[in-house]
Design a protein around this ligand. Structure first.
Ligand code: 13P
Length: 162
């Protein structure tokens, strides 16, 4: 049976990009069959990592799906906000965001907003390598029937203002 393609968002701050590149390389088979959405600079790195991985494993007979990677703007230039908007529209199935706990970011408010929306919409989110390992190796990750429950905000939306 044909498995569903998921939309996975991958983002890393500069000091964490090497970590993400290693993680992507290690998980390239699992990632390659999904549509990846990345902030600009992260996306270029992810694409290069996946292409290099393919070149190194050219001799393997397995079928290699066409890479599908969407590059948003660079994070500080609005990429985090673009991703937040995709989350609000229900277009992202999981977020892998290696954010830097040791450096201030010029777009810190955008980073916070992105993480807030991922939480609000109950998007499975990994914020470091171990949580990313747990996420990608979870049986639920492979379960096409699993849909995260999004809270019903109807009462909030329809509240009467005095
Ligand atoms: O700043 C980022 C996330 O907050 C990531 O942006 P880049 O992928 O463009 O470096």
């Amino acid at each position: 049976m044909e498995r569903k393609t998921k939309v996975l968002a991958l983002v890393a701050h500069d000091n964490m990009k090497r970590d993400l590149a290693e993680w992507v390389d290690w998980n390239s088979r699992k990632l390659s069959r999904h549509h990846l959405v990345c902030t600009g600079t992260t996306g270029k790195m992810v694409e290069k990592t996946l292409r290099d991985h393919r070149e190194e494993h050219e001799d393997e007979a397995e079928e290699k799906p066409e890479l599908k990677i969407t590059l948003l703007k660079s994070g500080p230039l609005g990429g985090d906000q673009q991703l937040g908007s995709l989350i609000a529209d229900g277009k992202i199935n999981a977020l892998i965001f290696f954010w830097d706990p040791m450096s201030a970011q010029p777009h810190d408010v955008d980073v916070k907003a992105l993480l807030r929306l991922a939480t609000l919409y109950n998007v499975p989110t990994a914020i470091n390598r171990s949580s990313a390992d747990f996420l990608i190796s979870s049986p639920l990750y492979e379960d096409d029937g699993y849909e995260p429950v999004v809270k019903d905000y109807k009462a909030y939306v329809e509240r009467v203002l005095k």
